[in-house]
Design a protein around this ligand. Sequence first.
Ligand code: ITT
Ligand code: MG
Length: 197
Amino acid sequence: MQQLVLASNNAGKLKEFSRLFAPLAIEVIPQGQLGVSEAEEPHATFVENALAKARHAAAATGLPALADDSGICVPALGGAPGVYSARYAGEPKSDAANNAKLVADLAQHQDKRAFYYAVLVLVRSADDPRPLIAEGRLDGEVIAEARGAGGFGYDPHFLIAGLGKTAAELTPEEKNPISHRGKALAALLAKLQEDAL
Ligand SMILES: O=P(O)(O)OP(=O)(O)OP(=O)(O)OC[C@H]1O[C@@H](n2cnc3c(O)ncnc32)[C@H](O)[C@@H]1O
Ligand SMILES: [Mg+2]
């Protein structure tokens, strides 16, 4: 596989993927560069939404497609925002509004634990009968005060377990190897390698 369309419009994800793929012999092209419209994400599970996004981009471009559906899950909130992380505070999507709502929703809870979760789906074509699927997770807790200027989304309010730093206080080189996305991609690439044998 030499070329891959990245089925995402999230600038933060695209930056992380471009760095993660840099050492590999695969050219990744953001779907926006190929004029692909934004896919619907109507499902209640990460894996179904990721599959829908990957299929949509593969159908529109004729290229293999990689999609990421991810979010922050808070057990004290019954798993919310979960699959609805991107639009937790409603439309239009806003990281600032989402973070404010998350902090407010957790104010009355003692248990601030949270985890990031990502599912990656790779389809070789829109009707691929064997999509490659991998997941990754990063544990932490939600803090009320934002810290750090890196990353995106919920990162300034996500204190990584055992690190004493938020995800926004890490450099990309530090975040990628430990993140839900980085771990999912490593697992996916291992499957891809096996699949090629
Ligand atoms: O669907 P695409 O186009 O990829 O972009 P999106 O932003 O809508 O992406 P999702 O539907 O997967 O929603 C995931 C949301 O979860 C949050 N999120 C995921 N990974 C994150 C990370 O590494 N750091 C901070 N927030 C993250 C962020 O708010 C995202 O908007
Ligand atoms: Mg989305």
